[in-house]
Each structure stands twice: as structure tokens, then as C-alpha cells.
Design a protein around this ligand. Structure first.
Ligand code: HEM
Length: 221
């Protein structure tokens, strides 16, 4: 038999552990931006209408409450990516080595804060979901202005919202910076430091916006 007849197509032996890790890590990274990060920005934007009063907030947020196939859209666009990001995020936290060599103090602090805010975001997102949307699915009670107002007037819940929202916003803005590094989008220490500063500035802006939104819910109806 000739060589051509005996030659076999290369067998697909599956991914190596390294390749699998690479793929899961990239999926984790992209899911933090699209859809989770995009949703967080949209969520702040739609709730920002509360600064114009209870009625404006309720009518401007009607769109998301009235979507057809709402549960399916929420699950596919939001909950599946968030669950994946949370679970793989916990794996990264549990298995990664401390980042204490070769980096400036600021980068080390950011590395730690990214992990701490990830855990805080996890706790807050579960709390926020079950006390708003989850409660609605279980009991049919709408999370209207009166409900949000009562939450924000409770000092413990208000503090949870302030800490949880700031954690999410820090995690996203610092995450945009680390995303550009994960994907090799910004080369060179000077450009990296510029992007880092822009992301820090974005954190300050979004932090102020978030706190203003939460305080605005304290206005009487
Ligand atoms: C508000 C919801 C969240 C958003 C918008 C978000 C967004 C992001 C973004 C954009 C990144 C950067 C990806 C990269 O460096 O390539 C990231 C990284 C990360 N996230 Fe999240 N995330 C959220 C919630 C969570 C939760 C609940 C956890 C669970 C603990 C988590 C754990 C992590 C971890 C461990 C990293 C990797 C940091 C690193 O490699 O240095 N995230 N996230």
C-alpha cells in the first residue's frame, strides 16, 4: 500500500488543561464586560431617572418590567453569564497565587481589591436580586418606589446598598483596566498607566452617580 493510503487524519484528542484554562479565563474576562458590565451601566442609567422623582423613575423603568419572555431574556442575557462569572471568579480567587512580587504597591492593592469587591458583589447581587426581582417572582409584589424608599430609609439596608453598589462599580471599572491587559489591548507601561488612571476616574464618576441614585430614593413619595 502507498503512503497516501496509510496516512490517517490527525486525531482530535481534546483540549489540554492549559488550553481549557485559557478558554475559560477568556470567557470569564469577556463576560465581565459583555453582558454583565454593559448591564450594570444600563441599570445605573435607568435608575438614574429617580433624580427626577418617583413618577419619572417608575415610567422610565417600565420598559424592562414589560419585556415579552422576560424570564427567558433575563436568564440568557444576565443570570447564566453572571453565574458563570461568579463561579469561575471563585475558582480564580481560590487557586491564584498572592500577587506580591514584581509589581508596584498600587497594582498589588488593585489586585486584592478586585478580588475583595468580587466577593462583596457576589453577596450584594444575591441580596439585591432576592429582595427585588426574586421576591416579585415568588409573591407577585412589584418593587415600586414605596418599596425602594422603605429599603433606603432602613439604615442597615441603605449601608448594604452603598457598600454593595460601590463594590460592583469598583469591580467593573478596575475590571475594564485588567480586561485590556488580559486581551493585550494596551502595550507599554505608560499607556497602561494612562488607561489605569482613566478607569480610576470612571470609578469616581460612577461612584458619585450611584450614591446620588441611592440617596434620591430617600425622598418622600
Ligand atoms: C457587578 C458584577 C460584576 C461585573 C460587572 C464584573 C466584571 C468584571 C470584569 C470586567 C473583570 C475583568 C476581566 C479581566 O481582567 O480580564 C472581572 C474580573 C474578575 N471578576 Fe468580576 N464582575 C462582576 C462580579 C463578580 C463576582 C460576583 C465575582 C465572584 C467572586 C467576580 C470575580 C472576578 C474575578 C476573580 C476576576 C479576575 C480578576 C483578575 O484576574 O485579576 N466578579 N470582573
Amino acid at each position: 500500500m502507498g503512503e497516501a493510503a496509510t496516512a490517517r487524519a490527525p486525531e482530535f484528542t481534546g483540549m489540554t488543561a492549559g488550553e481549557r484554562h485559557w478558554l475559560l479565563r477568556r470567557l470569564h474576562s469577556i463576560s465581565g464586560i459583555i453582558p454583565i458590565g454593559g448591564f450594570l451601566l444600563f441599570h445605573l442609567f435607568e435608575n438614574g431617572y429617580v433624580v427626577r422623582g418617583a413618577a419619572a423613575w417608575w415610567s422610565e423603568t417600565a420598559f424592562t418590567r414589560g419585556l415579552p419572555f422576560e424570564i427567558v431574556i433575563e436568564a440568557v442575557i444576565l443570570w447564566i453569564p453572571i453565574l458563570y462569572h461568579m463561579i469561575y471568579g471563585l475558582v480564580i480567587i481560590a487557586t491564584s497565587a498572592p500577587n506580591n512580587a514584581g509589581y508596584a504597591y498600587e497594582r498589588n492593592l488593585q489586585y486584592t481589591l478586585q478580588r475583595v469587591t468580587g466577593i462583596l458583589a457576589l453577596i450584594f447581587i444575591l441580596f439585591h436580586f432576592f429582595t427585588t426581582r426574586g421576591w416579585f417572582y415568588m409573591t407577585g409584589r412589584e418593587t415600586n418606589y414605596a418599596v425602594m424608599h422603605a429599603y433606603m430609609m432602613d439604615p442597615v439596608i441603605f449601608a448594604i446598598y452603598i457598600i454593595g453598589t460601590l463594590a460592583c462599580v469598583y469591580h467593573l471599572t478596575n475590571g475594564i483596566f485588567t480586561f485590556t491587559i488580559t486581551w493585550g489591548l494596551v502595550g507599554g507601561p505608560r499607556s497602561q498607566s494612562l488607561v489605569n488612571r482613566l478607569c480610576n476616574a470612571l470609578f469616581v464618576v460612577l461612584a458619585i452617580v450611584s450614591v446620588v441614585i441611592l440617596i434620591s430614593f430617600r425622598a418622600p413619595v
